[in-house]
Design a binder for this molecule. Structure first.
Ligand SMILES: Nc1ncnc2c1ncn2[C@@H]1O[C@H](COP(=O)(O)OP(=O)(O)OP(=O)(O)O)[C@@H](O)[C@H]1O
Length: 716
C-alpha cells in the first residue's frame, strides 16, 4: 500500500494537470460548476482511480470525495473502446442511505445529461429542423437509481440502456441477484465498484451481508474504491476480501496554533466545533436560545438539529413548530420512519427553502442525514443528543463547513458525567471548544447555580400546547422513552449511563405532562427519595444544604383529566371514546365473568368434596348396617329361641329398616348441600350447579362420541 498523502492545502492542483487529460466533455461540466481547482482529496484520488489502482480514501467531511469517484468512473467509461451494450453494467455505486444514493445519482446525472443535445431555444417546437434527441440512444446513457421508493427499475434500466447503477445495499442486491436481475443485468463487463461511506456500509450487519453478496456476484477483474471520512477495522477486512493492492489516500488536516505543536484533526479547519454544558432540564431552552443567538449575532439562516430517535424528531418538530419564539422559523423533519416520498420532499423543501436570518430554516433529523448529504449553506449544526455511535459525530458536524465554507457545530451535553465526552472526542482527534451557556439575554454566561427559570417557563409553554391535542402527549411519552432506550445503546457506555440521567430534568426539557411508567424511572425515584430524605436530615442537623437541594428538581405532574383529554383529530377522538366505552363495558363484564368463574370453581370444589364425603358416609353406613344386621340377627336368633313360630324373617326386617333409613339420609344430604349453598347465593347457585353438571355431561358426551364411549367414565 502507498503511504498516506499528508496534509494538503485547501485546494490542490488544477484539473488540467491530470495526466492523461480528462475528456473535454467532463472538463466542460466541471467548468460550468465553477470548480477551478481540485480539492486535495480529488488531486490525490482522481489520477490514481482513472488508472488501474484500487483506492481506499479517507478525507474529512465536505472535502469533495463524491467527485473523486464520479469523475474516474465517467472517464474510464469514456476511454473504453468498445461501448457498453444495453443490459451491460459498467459501474455500481453503493451508499448506506437513499438520500445519499439519490445525491450521488444526481451528480452522475448532471454530467451525463450534459451530453443530451438541448433543443434550440430560438426555434419553437414545430420549426425545429430535427426532433429533439431523446435519451433513448445517447453516447453515454443516464444512470439509474435503485433504492426503496423508486419503482422496480428493470424496464427503465433496459429502455435507458443504463450502465451505471447507484443504490442502497439491500435494493441493489435484490436488483442484481433476483432471477430477473440475473437474466437481465449482465455484470461480466463491470469495470468499477464504489462503496461510499464504506465504514457505515460494513458496520451494519445487514448492509455488510448485502455488500458482500454483491461483491461476490461482480467479476473479480474490476476496480474497487472505498470512501469515507472515518475508516474502521471492518474496512480493513473488506480490503482483504475484494481489493487488489489498493492505494490508501488519507487527507489529514493539521492545525498549528501560535506556540503550539502541529495537531492532526479529523474535522474541517473551517468548522468551529463546540460543546455546551447545561442541565438536562435546560436542553430545549438552550436549543432555542442557540437558534436566536446565532440568528441575532451571526445572521444564521440554516440549522440542522440531530436527535437520537425518529420519535424524538417527530415530537420536537411538532412542539417547536408551535412555540411562539420560533413562529418565524421554517421547520422540517426528516427521519427513517417517514415514507420514502415524504423523506424526499422534506429534504428538497429544506434545501430549496429561501431562508434568511429573518426567516430561518431548521431541519430536525436523525442520523439518516448524518452522512454524505451535501446540504448547501448550513450555518449551524446542533446535536441535541450526542450520537450513539461516536463515529457519527464528525459526520453530523460535517453537514456544515463544507468545501471551505465556515460553519459552527454545537453538541449539548448534560452537566456531570457527560462532560467526559469532550476528552473522549479529543483522543479521537476531534477537538471541541466551549460554547458558553446562554442566559435569558442571550449573553454567554456560566451555567446558573440553580435551575434556569426559563426552563420552567418553557415547560409551561410546551405543556400548554400539548394540552390542545392528546396526540402530542402520546408522542412526547414515546419520544422520551425511545430517547432513554437509545441512551442505553451509546458505544461510550461508561460516559452515557442511564443511572446518571436526571429523569425529572429530561422530562422538563421534553415538556411532559407526566412521567411514563418505566421500571428504570421507578427505581430512580426510589433512590432519589432516599437522597432527599438524607438531605432533609442533614438540613435539620446542620442547616445549609442549599447546593444539594438545588439539584433535586421539584417535578409535578400536570393535573389532567385523562378520561376527558381529547385528540384534536375527530376520527382519533371518536375511536378513543369508543375504545374507552368498550373498555369500561369489558371491565364490568369481565368483573361479572370473574365472579361467575369464581362461583363455578367453588361449586365444583364443593361437589368434589361432597363426592368424597358421600363415599366416606357410604363406608360408615355399611359398617353401621353390618353392626345392625349382626344385632338384628342376634335378636332374631334370641327371638327364635323364645318363639320358634315367628313369621318375620331377618331379611324383611332389614329391608324395612333400610328403606326408612335411606329416606332420612336423602333428606340429610339435601340439607347439607343446601346449607353450603348459602355461600354462593340461593337460586343462582342452583342454576350454576345445573350449568356445571350439564357442561360436564356435554363434555362427557362429546368425548364418548369421539372415542367410542365408555373410556372416560371416571373423568370427574
Ligand atoms: N473542486 C471543488 N471545488 C469547489 N467545490 C467543490 C469541489 N469539489 C466538490 N466541491 C463541493 O464541495 C461540497 C462537498 O463535496 P462532497 O459532498 O463530495 O463532500 P464529501 O467529502 O463527500 O463529504 P461527506 O464526507 O460529508 O460525504 C459539494 O457541495 C461539492 O459540490
Amino acid at each position: 500500500m502507498d503511504r498516506p498523502i499528508g496534509a494538503a492545502p485547501a485546494f490542490g492542483a488544477s484539473w488540467s494537470s491530470i495526466n492523461p487529460p480528462l475528456s473535454p466533455w467532463i472538463i466542460e461540466v466541471i467548468d460550468r460548476m465553477g470548480f477551478s481547482k481540485m480539492t486535495p482529496v480529488q488531486s490525490g484520488t482522481i489520477p490514481r482511480a482513472i488508472k488501474n489502482q484500487d483506492c481506499v480514501v479517507e478525507a474529512v467531511t465536505g472535502s469533495g470525495k463524491t467527485l473523486s469517484f464520479v469523475i474516474p468512473v465517467l472517464e474510464r467509461i469514456s476511454r473504453k473502446e468498445r461501448k457498453y451494450k444495453k443490459g451491460e453494467l459498467a459501474a455500481v455505486v453503493i451508499a448506506p442511505t437513499r438520500e445519499l444514493a439519490a445525491q450521488i445519482h444526481d451528480v452522475f446525472h448532471h454530467f451525463l445529461s450534459s451530453l443530451i443535445p438541448k433543443p434550440d431555444p430560438d426555434l419553437d417546437g414545430e420549426n425545429q429542423l430535427s426532433p429533439p434527441p431523446t435519451p433513448a440512444d445517447p453516447l453515454y446513457p443516464l444512470p439509474i437509481l435503485v433504492t426503496s421508493g423508486t419503482p422496480t427499475p428493470y424496464e427503465t434500466f433496459l429502455s435507458l440502456g443504463s450502465n451505471i447503477l447507484i443504490g442502497t445495499p439491500g435494493r441493489l442486491a435484490s436488483f442484481l441477484l433476483s432471477p430477473r436481475g440475473m437474466s437481465v443485468v449482465k455484470v461480466s463487463e463491470l469495470d468499477v465498484l464504489v462503496l461510499d461511506e464504506a465504514d457505515r456500509l460494513l458496520s451494519s450487519p445487514d448492509h455488510r451481508r448485502d455488500v458482500e453478496r454483491i461483491m461476490r456476484h461482480l467479476p473479480k477483474q474490476r476496480r474497487t474504491h472505498l470512501f469515507s471520512a472515518t475508516m474502521t477495522d471492518a474496512v480493513e477486512e473488506i480490503i482483504g476480501l475484494g481489493l487488489r493492492n489498493p492505494v490508501r489516500i488519507v487527507v489529514n488536516l493539521k492545525e498549528k496554533k501560535r506556540g503550539e505543536e502541529v495537531k492532526e484533526r479529523r474535522t474541517p479547519t473551517a468548522l468551529q466545533n463546540t460543546y455546551l454544558i447545561c442541565r438536562q432540564a435546560e436542553k430545549t431552552l438552550q436549543l432555542i436560545r442557540l437558534f436566536r443567538s446565532e440568528v441575532n449575532k451571526n445572521e444564521a439562516a440554516k440549522f440542522v438539529v440531530f436527535f437520537s430517535t425518529c420519535a424524538a424528531v417527530d415530537y420536537f418538530y411538532r412542539i417547536l413548530s408551535r412555540l411562539p419564539p420560533l413562529s418565524s422559523y421554517h421547520l422540517t423533519s426528516l427521519h427513517g420512519d417517514l415514507p420514502p416520498r415524504i423523506r424526499e420532499t422534506a429534504l428538497s423543501n429544506f434545501v430549496n427553502h429561501p431562508s434568511s436570518h429573518l426567516a430561518p430554516a431548521v431541519l430536525l433529523c436523525t442520523d439518516v442525514a448524518a452522512r454524505g448529504v451535501d446540504f448547501p449553506d448550513i450555518d449551524v449544526v446542533i446535536q441535541y443528543d450526542p450520537p450513539t455511535d461516536p463515529k457519527s459525530f464528525s459526520h453530523r458536524a460535517g453537514r456544515t463547513a463544507r468545501a471551505g465554507r465556515r460553519g459552527k457545530a454545537v453538541v449539548l451535553l448534560g452537566n456531570g458525567r457527560e462532560e467526559d465526552y469532550i476528552d473522549f472526542l479529543a483522543v479521537r482527534k476531534i477537538p471541541l471548544t466551549k460554547q458558553d451557556y446562554l442566559n435569558s439575554e442571550l449573553e454567554e454566561s456560566e451555567i446558573p447555580s440553580s435551575l434556569d427559570q426559563g426552563a420552567l417557563e418553557l415547560l409551561a409553554q410546551i405543556r400548554k400546547s400539548i394540552l390542545t391535542d392528546r396526540e402530542l402527549a402520546d408522542k412526547g411519552a414515546k419520544a422520551f422513552v425511545s430517547s432513554l432506550r437509545a441512551y442505553t445503546k451509546h458505544e461510550a457506555s461508561f460516559i452515557f449511563r442511564l443511572q446518571d440521567i436526571d429523569f425529572h430534568g429530561l422530562a422538563i426539557a421534553y415538556g411532559l405532562l407526566r412521567l411514563p411508567a418505566m421500571p428504570e424511572i421507578k427505581e430512580w425515584k426510589k433512590k432519589r427519595d432516599v437522597e432527599l430524605r438524607r438531605i432533609q436530615k442533614i438540613k435539620e442537623e446542620e442547616g445549609d444544604v442549599e447546593e444539594k437541594e438545588k439539584e433535586c428538581l421539584d417535578w409535578k405532574d400536570e393535573e389532567v383529566d385523562w378520561d376527558k383529554f381529547a385528540y384534536a383529530s375527530k376520527s382519533r377522538e371518536t375511536a378513543r371514546l369508543l375504545a374507552l366505552e368498550k373498555k369500561s363495558n369489558e371491565s364490568a363484564k369481565s368483573e361479572k365473568d370473574l365472579e361467575e368463574i369464581r362461583a363455578k370453581r367453588k361449586i365444583k370444589s364443593q361437589m368434589r368434596e361432597a363426592w368424597s364425603e358421600q363415599k366416606e358416609r357410604k363406608v360408615k353406613k355399611e359398617e353401621r348396617h353390618d353392626k345392625r344386621d349382626k344385632r338384628k340377627q342376634a335378636q332374631w336368633e334370641a327371638q327364635q329361641a323364645e318363639d320358634p313360630e315367628s313369621t318375620v324373617g331377618p331379611i324383611e326386617s332389614l329391608r324395612a329398616s333400610k328403606k326408612q333409613k335411606k329416606q332420612s339420609q336423602n333428606d340429610d344430604d339435601y340439607d347439607e348441600e343446601n346449607g353450603d349453598e348459602q355461600d354462593v347465593g340461593g337460586t343462582e347457585w342452583k342454576s350454576l350447579k345445573k350449568e356445571i353438571q350439564s357442561e360436564k355431561k356435554e363434555k362427557k358426551r362429546k368425548m364418548e362420541l369421539n372415542n367410542g364411549g365408555g373410556m372416560f367414565d371416571d373423568l370427574d
